[in-house]
Design a protein around this ligand. Structure first.
Ligand SMILES: [Zn+2]
Length: 135
């Protein structure tokens, strides 16, 4: 099995560590040096604070989703972009602040809205857990 090596710190990305796969970028793009590389989440966040990659990727994702009919743009908050996946009846959330993306079936949205702190709901292959309110 191939080890995944973080392009930023040059250490192995272990199985239990969250990973960010940088999308394929054209050669002319300012972020092309990061194209198709693997990163620890904390390492891509370090790069983000230096090079604003989250905002650039969110701008690209917003632009693409505003041009497609089957995955239309729903909304954006900061560097978090939400689009609909019409053929799967779900929404996909691209979070370029915490560098994760996940999708939620529309049928689960009402249940999620009703969740209370510390409750968890199964969502496809993962689960969503509501954190305690910090206020
Ligand atoms: Zn790293």
């Amino acid at each position: 099995m191939n080890k995944k090596i973080c392009k930023k710190c040059n250490n192995e990305i272990l199985k239990n560590q969250p990973i960010f796969y940088f999308p394929n970028m054209p050669k002319w793009h300012e972020l092309s040096d990061l194209s198709k590389q693997d990163f620890h989440i904390n390492c891509i966040k370090d790069i983000d604070s230096e090079r604003n990659v989250g905002e650039i990727l969110a701008n690209i994702m917003e632009d693409i989703s505003k041009k497609t009919k089957i995955r239309p743009f729903l909304g954006r908050s900061g560097n978090i972009v939400v689009q609909a996946i019409l053929d799967e009846k779900s929404i996909e959330i691209f979070d370029f602040e915490d560098f994760v993306d996940f999708d939620i079936p529309i049928i689960n949205l009402e249940k999620i809205v009703q969740l209370k702190p510390t409750e968890t709901i199964a969502n496809r292959m993962t689960s969503l857990h509501v954190l305690e309110d910090q206020n």
